[in-house]
Design a protein around this ligand. Structure first.
Ligand SMILES: Nc1ncnc2c1ncn2[C@@H]1O[C@H](COP(=O)(O)OP(=O)(O)OP(=O)(O)O)[C@@H](O)[C@H]1O
Ligand SMILES: [Mg+2]
Length: 420
């Protein structure tokens, strides 16, 4: 069956339009993913040429009162990198008039500076503005023959330009946001550094007067020993004891500040071996205690060995300390795979536990869930642990139940680092 000539041409035109629409949809999807202006140009110059079925396309940006031919995709060079006054080029006309220019023959249209076109292949073109309200640029498509683009074809190129303007606005928003985040981060880092050096020097400077308080209290004790009442002696002993506690606090604070400054040097570390050394020491220090400590043969982690030792020391001595009133104490070190593929390590005990709702507070310096009379300590250990893990790009969290024990779980790398 033969198709008459005219319907055949119509069919062909319809097919072309379909193809162009599909190409436009693809470009819209691509544009939704790009984050930079050069990436937009890359998508648009190719899409414009293909949608129009043209021999070339240009991506023009408004640069004050000039048109900057920023990018192009064509059978032979056009004007890439050049700038022309808005009043002297057709992209300027499209931007100033905020509407498309359709030029089937460049040699008969007075808007075309013919001299600029003579060295090129261009015989006809369509130029559409990017953004109709206050255009920021233009997209041009060019043919090497006289060609009158249909209204539908122009509409498709204009639709591409409209999407391009949305993508460009998005890029502006992203860039602005990124700038703000970077500025905020810098501010925070500066503030943190200031605070750290402040707390470091304050702690450091407190030591000398404290030593004096301690020394003189001891001298006084010795001097008044023969004559002092029982009550006066008790007061002096309290002064000395409190000075000792304060000294411990200062030591802990200095350690915390040091951790924040120290560089993280990652190596392959066996946490199991570390844990065995620490638990041997704990057993030696309190040989009377009978604690089951479960440690795997090996437990590899890529982390700073010195800093991770501090983490393990704190978590295991906590487990040891907070099981001291538990009849059959059990402590376990282990690991498991998180949903995101990173490795999480845990130290679990069946000791006194704490109320789960306070789990986040424990990582703040001096926050304690138990009184010093019940369980001694200054409350800086977990703050130090958290800071070390943050320095590694990891994190720590706790779960617990009163009377049934606590589990501290941590990662020592962001999930990407853990996977690689
Ligand atoms: N394994 C655990 N079981 C129950 N409570 C715990 C456990 N580990 C920590 N805690 C609670 O968290 C608080 C903070 O712990 P952290 O290690 O920071 O301080 P600390 O052990 O009291 O003192 P130190 O600074 O000497 O370590 C503890 O006071 C305790 O109340
Ligand atoms: Mg502790």
């Amino acid at each position: 069956m033969s198709v008459p000539a005219e319907p055949k041409a119509e069919l062909e035109a319809l097919k072309n339009l379909n193809r162009a629409q599909a190409r436009l949809v693809q470009a819209v999807q691509e544009l939704s993913l790009v984050r930079t202006v050069p990436a937009i140009q890359e998508v648009v110059r190719r899409a414009a040429r293909e949608i129009a079925g043209a021999d070339g396309a240009t991506f023009v940006l408004r640069d004050g009162d000039r048109c900057h031919y920023a990018d192009e995709d064509a059978i032979s060079p056009l004007w890439k990198g050049q700038r022309f006054p808005m009043s002297a080029c057709i992209s300027g006309w499209a931007m100033l008039n905020a509407r498309p220019a359709v030029i089937p023959d460049i040699y008969v249209d007075p808007r075309i500076p013919v001299d600029a076109y003579r060295p090129t292949f261009v015989k006809s073109l369509v130029m559409v503005p990017i953004r109709l309200a206050a255009p920021v640029g233009a997209i041009g498509v060019y043919w090497a023959r006289p060609y009158a683009a249909s209204a539908e074809e122009v509409a498709l190129i204009q639709a591409l330009a409209n999407t391009t303007s949305v993508a460009m606005e998005n890029v502006q928003v992203y860039t602005e946001l990124e700038k703000r985040v970077a500025a905020r981060t810098q501010q925070l880092e500066n503030l943190n550094r200031e605070l750290e050096s402040f707390s470091y020097s304050v702690s450091h400077d407190l030591r000398a007067p404290l030593r004096a308080v301690n020394g003189f209290a001891e001298l006084l004790t010795r001097e008044v020993e023969p004559v002092a009442s029982e009550k006066a002696r008790r007061h002096l002993a309290t002064i000395i004891e409190e000075a000792r506690r304060m000294n411990e606090l200062i030591d802990d604070l200095l350690r915390l500040a040091r951790v924040a400054r120290q560089e993280v040097r990652r190596i392959d570390v066996d946490l199991a071996e570390m844990a065995r050394e620490i638990s041997d020491r704990l057993r030696r220090e309190q040989p009377g205690r009978n604690v089951e400590i479960v440690i795997p043969d090996t437990l590899r982690a890529t982390c700073d060995a010195g800093l991770m030792k501090v983490v393990m020391e704190n978590l295991l001595s906590n487990a040891w300390k907070y099981t001291s009133r538990t009849a059959q104490a059990r402590i376990e070190l282990g690991s498991r795979l998180e949903a995101d593929g990173s490795v999480a390590y845990f130290v679990q005990d069946n000791g006194t536990g704490f109320q789960a709702q306070y789990a986040d507070k424990l990582f703040t310096p001096f926050q304690r869930m138990h009184s010093a009379a019940e369980f001694p300590g200054t409350g800086v250990g977990l703050a130090t642990v958290q800071r070390i893990l943050h320095r590694h790009g990891g994190r720590i969290w706790a779960t617990a139940e009163v009377g049934r024990g606590a589990t501290f779980t941590f990662t020592c790398a962001g999930s990407d680092a853990a996977r690689s």
